[in-house]
Design a protein around this ligand. Sequence first.
Ligand code: SF4
Length: 302
Amino acid sequence: MFKFIFGPVSSRRFGLSLGVDLSPNKKQCNFDCLYCELKGAKAVDTMQNPPPPKEIIDEIKRALEKYPDVDVITVTANGEPMLYPHLKELAQQINAFKNNKKLLILSNGALINDKSVQEALLEFDIVKLSLDAVTPRVFKKLDRAHKSVNLERMLEGTKEFACNFKNELVLETLVIKNINDTRDDFLALNRVVNEIKPSRIDLGTIDRPSAYKVSPVSFETLEILSREIEHIPLVIIKRNRIKNQKEFSCNEIIELLRRRPQSAEDIDDLFDEKSKIQLNKLLNEGKANIVNAAGVIFYKIS
Ligand code: SF4
């Protein structure tokens, strides 16, 4: 018998999450990313032996009886969940009993140009897609996709989906040393994410053993590269928070927020007490406001 559930695990960004693995017996993915935390495996374009939705639903219901405080049901796979052929049916069935819990999917986005996949994704409260590369050269080197996957169609599909999706779309970019860590990579990424306009972008690097030999970038590199991303709320995923507080003038705060909303965590790490008072003043005057982007609080200019 397959075991579909893992967790619950606590996540700063999404709360208490119950993981649902759609490919519990082996890795099945249309990418073979250099940084994958699973063992490297040849990319595939179909899922073998997909489990019937009923088996998965029964196990989710049992798990929710045990863990009623779960905030989010996270659909993922030992590989790629969009390869699961009954995704829409599964999501609809979960929506029928999940009440106010959020339904989240974590995906590499490779199949998002497929209309039936887009229809399935519309059933989710939060769709989180990886977007490590927007140029064919870097995409080929880093994500090593199955030959059926086309980057251009993938990006077009993401833009189209983003236009139709009323819930929260989050993108995640993992930065790997000497592969996608240049200013040019990020200028190109900035152009694409500003066409997609996600609710949020998460920026991180590897911090666990990976399938192939690759190296992480430093937190400082992430911080420098993040400055190229404009207008979109961005979170740098930090395992260890680094506080580097300094004083910002009122105008500097306005400029900073105009360029890109800043997360509450970043404000806490970067702003000294005086700057926080200035920020509160801007909030009280209605010049800045607070928004929630897929579970993360951001300060932005009004
Ligand atoms: S998309 Fe995810 S599961 Fe697939 S190879 Fe890349 S990191 Fe691994």
